[in-house]
Design a protein around this ligand. Structure first.
Ligand SMILES: *Cc1c(COP(=O)(O)O)cnc(C)c1O
Length: 375
């Protein structure tokens, strides 16, 4: 069976985990957390990166920091993971969905302005498949209207837009290190704080609403409850697992990209003959090969192809069911404008196996079986 995903594992993760155990420092913000944060700051050029327990929690922190509250509105695509919306719904806000672009599956930057009202507090672009949204347009609009940009860059670690790291362009950027992502710590994430005025408050929110981080730096002589907050810092054991991968990020990235290129090259023929569509990468974007997807004619063809592949030992999976058609989505969110592409494009999309350590022959086999299906 060719699996859809295998969590990244270099082989030497155990050494760092053991070191954390032997150092008797397994709770958060020890040496490994610090090293991961510095690595991510170097990689993204973000002024401050805080490791978190998940990308979900990083978005929740961003929602608190952006001051999103009851009755406020937040704009995002409906074609995303539940956490993008949930983080704001938890603050009592109303989520406003706008349609996606069919070429990148990202939010259509030209539809955002029409969804802005006096209550709009944030725009949340989701960089689908690690391919950047049209950030120049989005950031200019947000600046003009005095709204925060919170990037859901869960899939975008090591991707860039016009040379800038995804996650580093909005006031806040959110990464995921879940085991399904390019770099993993099991469960985990990071918050990029690109506007330094939020730095202190972010540390407080992450440390249960206390100024404990300042205390550890020796800036105050006792710590206490100073603001709202929760427990958003991961254990050192998880950070130790992640550090190995961040130190080998170029290796992981280049191997994923090489597999991605094989898919693209080998499936080009089927796309030229209009059986499938291949991903589109805008020229402003350098992507991280987070995902390889194809789009087929319709939902029925997709279901048949999934079955065909499964019967031949290949695990392929579809992706998000648009949030506006879910029970909670209907309760907490509105779709602004027409759903021209969100539903129809999501029904055609199929993700193929891609992970660090997958061998080239498996990719050729997946391609062969897709070709056989269309014969
Ligand atoms: C994976 C993912 C998340 C959630 O990440 P966790 O670390 O599992 O909380 C959020 N948004 C998008 C777009 C994702 O792909």
């Amino acid at each position: 069976m060719i699996k859809f995903n295998v969590p990244p594992y270099l082989g030497s993760e155990m050494e760092y985990i053991q070191e954390a155990i032997l150092n008797h420092k397994i709770s958060g913000d020890g040496l490994f957390t610090q090293k991961c944060s510095r690595k991510l700051e170097q990689l993204t050029k973000s002024k401050k990166v805080l490791l978190t327990t998940s990308c979900t929690h990083a978005i929740e922190m961003a929602a608190i920091l952006a001051g999103v509250g009851v009755g406020d509105e937040v704009i995002m695509p409906s074609y995303t993971f539940v956490s993008t919306a949930n983080a704001f719904v938890l603050r009592g806000a109303k989520v406003k969905f706008v349609d996606i672009r069919p070429d990148t599956m990202n939010i259509d930057e030209n539809l955002i302005e029409a969804a802005i009202t006096e209550r709009t507090k944030a725009i949340v672009p989701v960089h689908y498949a690690g391919v950047g949204c049209e950030m120049s347009t989005i950031c200019a609009l947000a600046k003009d209207k005095n709204i925060h940009v919170i990037e859901d860059a869960a899939q975008g670690v090591k991707s860039t837009y016009k040379g800038k790291s995804l996650g580093s362009m909005g006031a806040f950027g959110c990464f995921s290190f879940h085991e399904t992502k390019n770099y993993s710590m099991g469960e985990g994430g990071a918050l990029l704080i690109n506007d330094s005025s939020f730095r202190e408050k972010a540390e407080i929110i992450r440390e249960k609403g206390t100024d404990r981080s300042k205390f550890f730096r020796g800036e105050v002589d006792k710590y206490s409850w100073v603001d709202v907050g929760s427990s958003y810092l991961p254990s050192e054991l998880n950070a130790a697992y992640l550090l190995t991968q961040l130190e080998n990020a170029d290796l992981i990235n280049s191997q994923r990209k090489q597999l991605w290129e094989i898919y693209y090259k080998e499936l080009k023929n089927l796309s030229d003959r209009n059986y499938i569509e291949l991903p589109y990468i805008p020229k402003e974007c350098e992507h991280n090969a987070h995902m390889f997807y194809i789009k087929v004619k319709d939902l029925e063809t997709r279901s048949k192809l999934i079955k065909h592949l499964k019967d031949r030992g290949v695990n392929s999976v579809f992706h998000y069911v648009p949030l506006h058609s879910s029970d909670a989505g209907m309760k907490y969110c509105d779709f602004v404008g027409e759903d021209n592409y969100t539903t129809s494009e999501s029904e055609r999309l199929l993700r193929l196996p891609l992970y660090y350590g997958l061998d080239n022959d498996s990719v050729y086999k997946v391609v062969e079986e897709i070709e056989a299906f269309f014969k």
